[in-house]
Design a protein around this ligand. Structure first.
Ligand code: PGA
Ligand code: ZN
Length: 422
């Protein structure tokens, strides 16, 4: 049986912000076609793999993706022709070699990731197995606990919140589908609470509300009230996770909580603030509580609060095995956010996850604020089995697409499905 890649080709499409991105189609010799679309972040880490943009101010404000498309069609395609599609690691290695830079800046991580994912999809289809089974270990069947971003601030909304993401975590639900229902009902309760207070119910980039609140604390208070109103117990049924994305308000050596008029804070003062919040709100996870270059602060944060909650590194680790290795050695965090496009290939992402597993760390498979209707990360989260996913609020189809795919997987697994953090 032929196991050769016939061709790959890309198309410039739009993401959920109306900004260009890529959809890549991989065709195998047996006629199978697998497709994948690439997401895009707004609060990107400094050391992320590079997203290639055209820079032509006359098209999409310089954000066109035609160069990346051309790199797929004219550079990567011919090289992959005839390559064995069963060897994902070798495909990804070839992609890295063709690029030749440490940050994928030549061909573009957007071009490379699209190809890497499209080949994985085509391979799964050709084998006649679902993507989560193809990418996963035998018996992959753990559905993730969702971290649902119901209140948006920072770079994702023009709200009064310095912190970027306030998420609900239905950790006490008996199954993924029930978790989704808990989350959706809480989202609706939050909407009615905001409405009653005369606050906006318009949503930000990830589908969370973006009202003009007086403080970051008020967001937590409203969420706890919404959990209760929906008939759930804060903490036991539904907890809170935060992603302040602190790099985005770190200026001139200080954490500037200017939107909420709380002034400038040092790392120590930020840690003290989080400690106080842990005593008041049912917080179980804190991502990017400090800035991406504040390794010392992060270490302190983990030393002080890491025994009580999950300390997740996103911008500081950028899904990069090099940074994850250092962070494990220095006890910088105790979990990693995992974004395929931060590193750029499926194989390197799996390698990052293996490091987390070996260190006893948690890991959270994540979307980007700019997304498409592609549900790849739903399958990927089940395949990797870490039991955590972050994929936005309970509205906007590019977010719901991932939840709906997880519902399909749960139904397919039937009795075998498990739910919860590993
Ligand atoms: P981004 O935000 O996709 O805009 O980078 C997501 C995050 O910070 O987790
Ligand atoms: Zn983040």
């Amino acid at each position: 049986m032929s196991r050769q890649i016939h061709s790959v080709r890309a198309l410039e499409i739009l993401d959920s912000r109306g900004t260009p991105t890529l959809r890549v189609f991989a065709q195998l010799d047996d006629g199978t076609i697998g497709a994948a679309s690439v997401p895009s972040g707004a609060s990107t880490g400094e050391h992320e793999a590079v997203e290639l943009r055209d820079g032509d101010p006359h098209r999409y404000l310089g954000k066109g993706a035609r160069k990346a498309v051309a790199n797929v069609n004219a550079v990567i395609g011919p090289e992959l022709h005839g390559f064995d599609w069963t060897e994902q690691a070798r495909v990804d290695e070839l992609l890295c070699q063709l690029d030749g830079t440490p940050n994928k800046g030549k061909l573009g991580a957007n071009a490379i990731l699209g190809v890497s994912q499209a080949i994985a999809r085509a391979a799964a289809q050709s084998r006649g197995v679902p993507l989560y089974a193809y990418l996963g270990r035998p018996g992959a069947r753990r559905l993730p606990v969702p971290m649902m971003n119901v209140m948006n601030g920072g770079k994702h909304a023009d709200s009064s919140l310095d912190f970027q993401e306030f998420m609900i975590v239905p950790q006490g639900a008996p199954s993924f589908s029930e978790a989704l229902r808990y989350g959706s009902e809480t989202f609706q309760a939050l909407k009615s609470l905001l409405h009653e207070r005369g606050l906006s119910t318009g949503v930000g980039d990830e589908g969370g509300f973006a009202p003009a609140l007086k403080s970051n604390e008020e967001a937590c208070e409203l969420i706890v009230a919404a959990i209760t109103r929906a008939g759930y117990r804060p903490d036991e049924d539904i907890a809170i996770a935060l992603d302040p994305a602190a790099s985005s308000f770190f200026q001139d050596g200080a954490y500037s909580l200017s939107r909420s008029r709380q002034g400038n804070k040092s790392s120590r003062e930020m840690i003290a603030l989080y400690r106080a919040w842990l005593d008041r709100y049912p917080i179980v996870s804190l991502e990017d509580g400090l800035a991406e270059n504040d390794w010392e602060g992060f270490q302190q944060l983990t030393a002080e609060l890491g025994g009580r909650i999950q300390i997740v590194g996103d911008d500081i680790l950028v899904t990069n095995p090099t940074y994850i290795r250092r962070a494990i050695a220095e006890k910088t965090c105790n979990a990693a956010l995992i974004k395929l496009n931060q590193i750029g290939t499926v194989t390197e992402t799996v390698e990052a996850i293996e490091l987390c597993r070996d260190a006893g760390w948690g890991f959270v498979v994540s979307h980007r604020s700019g997304e498409t209707e592609d549900g790849f990360i739903a399958d990927f989260a089940v395949a990797m089995g870490g039991g955590q996913i972050k994929t936005g609020s309970l509205c906007r189809s590019e977010r719901i697409a991932k939840y709906n795919r997880l519902l399909e997987i749960e139904a397919e697994l039937g009795e075998r499905a498990e739910y919860g953090k590993a």
